[in-house]
Design a protein around this ligand. Structure first.
Ligand SMILES: Cc1cc2nc3c(=O)[nH]c(=O)nc-3n(C[C@H](O)[C@H](O)[C@H](O)COP(=O)(O)OP(=O)(O)OC[C@H]3O[C@@H](n4cnc5c(N)ncnc54)[C@H](O)[C@@H]3O)c2cc1C
Length: 377
């Protein structure tokens, strides 16, 4: 006989751990299933840190969601007693007419996000160790910073369990059947039926939502840690995160947490991954040169060659925006997918939104722009 639960969450990474937390906070009977361990390094939510910011140049529609995300990260820190969000600030540099700098200013104008304009002379003093390219504009968002990514996932799960959620780790979902009357999940260990289902399986979403033709593409992304030559990037000396809109591409990174290295990466590009379970985690020769050139040009106090790396995956949609919606065959099945390499900062609010949709079918947060309908219209 199948095991029955009221609410079932598939995939307990960034989004699923938060959905489980929000459902359990409402006192509901909820089970979460995850194929690996807690805060593992085989999906999209690992590698120490994730940038969080409100001056959202991708689209201002995200800003109301970010305002709520900030509140919820704060609440989670308060209720768990853990420090998850470091408000070290974010420096953004790029051509004044570029989409990134224009988007930062649009967020400032439309939503009053606090953004400081930094003159080239001030930039030299405030951001030592950076050589700002000629003609670039520099902004600083003091309320931005980074999240400790694994700790966030772990904390959502710990708090969810303390609130009564059941968590099954190392259990793989093999099949998900959704019809008007039935929600049935087959794992490598049993069958589970549920009254309501949330699917947050990250890079594996196309497989777990095979009945839906979601336009998702999984790409392999590499994070690099480069050793420091001079101690000018240290978090404990007040340094923050950074994002550069270069003619060659977008590069970003974090202050040095331990003083020895800086983590950095390129946002665009990445090889297409056929099977996320077997993504190649070794460092390829082609993974390094573009970031090394950025380091040589912009961060002279850093060694251009990495001392270590990690491989992670982006799940991209054609327009780079997330997909958050209900299943057309059964409105009690909801999903969040295609976070396109910029979703983690939203994990706190995505959990709340998915819990709203699963329990009441609606949410007061403005997510219409993330509907899957945009791909069929
Ligand atoms: C290199 C890199 C840098 C990034 N930088 C930033 C950043 O600075 N700021 C930012 O906001 N975002 C950033 N992102 C994006 C962000 O990390 C992701 O959007 C987010 O983590 C996606 O979370 P998720 O829950 O969708 O996926 P995941 O966290 O991967 O969770 C999916 C979970 O589902 C489980 N699962 C899947 N299939 C099954 C199955 N069949 N059975 C059981 N369990 C299953 C997986 O094991 C996994 O735990 C970055 C991503 C990468 C890769």
């Amino acid at each position: 006989m199948a095991h029955h639960v009221d609410y079932l969450v598939l995939g307990l990474g960034g989004m699923g751990s938060s959905a489980l937390y929000h459902l359990s906070k409402r006192g509901l009977n909820v089970l979460g299933v995850e194929q690996f361990g807690v805060a593992h390094d085989r999906g999209s939510s690992h590698g120490e840190t994730r940038i969080i910011r409100k001056a959202y140049f991708e689209h201002p529609n995200y800003i109301p969601l970010l305002q709520r995300a900030y509140e919820l990260w704060h609440d989670l820190e308060q209720s768990s007693g853990k420090s998850l969000f470091n408000r070290c600030g974010l420096m953004v540099a790029g051509p004044p007419e570029g989409a990134v700098i224009r988007g930062v200013h649009l967020a400032e104008e439309l939503y009053g996000v606090e953004v400081e304009s930094v003159s080239p002379a001030d930039a030299l003093e405030r951001f030592p160790g950076f050589r700002i390219p000629e003609g670039f504009e520099v902004t600083h968002e003091p309320e931005a910073g980074f999240l400790h990514v694994e700790k966030c996932v772990q904390t959502h799960l710990e708090c969810a369990q303390a609130q009564g959620a059941a968590v099954c780790l190392n259990e793989q979902i093999l099949d998900v059947k959704v019809s008007e009357r039935l929600i049935e999940v087959t794992t490598d260990q049993r069958q589970i039926t549920a009254a309501s289902l949330i699917v947050t399986t990250g890079p594996w979403s196309s497989g777990c939502l095979s009945g839906l033709p979601l336009p998702l593409e999984v790409v392999r992304k590499v994070l690099l840690w480069n050793s420091v030559r001079e101690p000018v990037y240290n978090l404990d000396a007040g340094r923050g995160s950074f994002f550069f809109d270069m003619p060659e591409g977008e590069f970003y990174g974090f202050p040095s947490l331990e003083g020895a290295s800086v983590k950095l990466a390129e946002h665009a590009g990445g090889e297409i991954v056929g099977d996320p379970t077997h993504v190649d985690r070794s460092l390829h020769e082609t993974d390094v040169p573009r970031v090394s050139r950025f380091v040589e040009e912009v961060m002279p106090a850093l060694n251009p060659h990495p001392m270590r790396h990690a491989v992670c995956m982006y799940t991209r949609t054609p327009d780079g925006h997330f997909i958050v919606d209900r299943h057309p065959a059964n409105q009690r099945v909801v999903y969040g997918a295609g976070f396109s390499g910029h979703g983690f900062k939203f994990a706190s609010v995505m959990g709340e939104i998915l819990a709203d949709l699963a329990t009441t079918g609606i949410t007061s947060l403005p997510i219409e722009f993330l509907s899957a309908r945009r791909f069929s219209e």
